[in-house]
Design a protein around this ligand. Structure first.
Ligand code: SAH
Length: 237
C-alpha cells in the first residue's frame, strides 16, 4: 500500500502553487462536517497526497488562520484519510539574523507555544507544549533548509512578553498553526513534520512593510514552499 501523506495548510494563497503543481483535484465537501475544510487529493511520487485547508470564515470572508481551525482540519482529515505522515506547510516570521525572505525552516525539535502562559504547577508546561517532530535528514537531501524551533501563537504581532518567550525557547519560526497540528498528530500517534517559508522579519517594524511587499513575499514564499514540498515528497520513501 502506498504511503498516505496529509498536508495541513492555513491559507488558500499559500496552497495554490502546490495544488496546481501536483495537479490535485478538489474533493466534495463532507456533509458530516459542519464546517467546510477545502480538500485536494491526488498521487505524486508513488504517494497518496491530501491537502486540507483551514477554510474561509463565512462571517468575515478571510482564511481562518490560527490554531482552532488548524486542529479541526487536522482531526477530521485524520479520521477520514488515516494518514501515515502529517506535514504542516505554511509561512512564518523569522528574525533577520536567522533567515532571509522565502528561506525554508523545518524542525528536529518539539513545537511549542509562545502565548500560552499559565503560571501554575503542571499547567505551565502543558500550556507551553512540546509536540514531537519526525525530522529526517534524508527528506531534505539536496534542499537548502534550516532546522530550528517552531513556535506558535494566535497573533501576528509580537508583544515584548511573546518575544521573551520566543527568545527563551530559541524560536526560529514564528507562526500560528504548527503546535495545534503537531498536538493533533501526537494525539493519534502519527508522525509530524513542519515545513515553513519565511514571509516576514519579526525584528523589523511591520508598519514599514507596505502591502505590495507583503503580497510579493507571500507569493515568493508560497512558490518556494511548493518547490520544497515537491522535493521532500519525492525524497520520502
Ligand atoms: N504571511 C503574512 C501573514 C499572514 S497572516 C505576512 O507576511 O505577514 C498569518 C499567517 O501566516 C498565519 O497562517 C501564520 O501561520 C503565518 N505567519 C506568517 N508570518 C507570521 C508572523 N510573523 N507571525 C505569526 N504568523 C505568521
Amino acid at each position: 500500500m502506498s504511503k498516505r501523506i496529509l498536508i495541513i495548510m492555513a491559507m488558500a494563497a499559500e496552497a495554490r502553487p502546490i495544488i496546481d503543481q501536483l495537479g490535485l483535484h478538489e474533493l466534495p465537501a463532507n456533509p458530516q462536517l459542519q464546517s467546510h475544510f477545502p480538500r485536494f487529493q491526488g498521487e505524486f511520487a508513488g504517494k497518496e497526497i491530501v491537502i486540507s485547508l483551514n477554510g474561509k470564515s463565512t462571517e468575515y470572508g478571510v482564511d481562518r488562520i490560527g490554531t482552532e481551525f488548524a486542529a479541526l482540519s487536522t482531526q477530521s482529515a485524520i479520521v477520514e484519510f488515516a494518514p501515515d505522515l502529517i506535514i504542516n506547510a505554511g509561512t512564518c516570521g523569522a528574525f533577520s539574523a536567522d533567515a532571509d525572505i522565502a528561506d525554508i525552516i523545518t524542525s528536529d525539535q518539539p513545537v511549542v507555544y509562545h502565548d500560552h502562559r499559565v503560571p501554575l504547577k503542571g499547567f505551565d508546561r502543558f500550556a507551553m507544549g512540546a509536540y514531537p517532530t519526525a525530522y529526517c535528514p534524508e527528506y531534505f537531501q539536496g534542499i537548502e533548509h534550516k532546522p530550528g524551533v517552531i513556535t506558535t501563537g494566535n497573533s501576528l504581532d509580537m508583544p515584548d512578553i511573546d518575544r521573551q518567550w520566543i527568545m527563551q525557547n530559541q524560536g526560529m519560526a514564528k507562526e500560528m498553526e504548527c503546535a495545534a497540528v503537531a498536538a493533533t498528530a501526537h494525539l493519534y500517534g502519527i508522525d509530524f513534520l513542519p515545513i515553513k517559508s519565511v514571509t516576514d522579519h519579526i525584528d523589523i517594524d511591520i508598519e514599514l512593510d507596505n502591502v505590495e511587499q507583503f503580497l510579493n513575499n507571500l507569493s515568493k514564499a508560497s512558490q518556494k514552499l511548493s518547490e520544497t514540498l515537491i522535493r521532500v515528497l519525492t525524497n520520502i520513501k
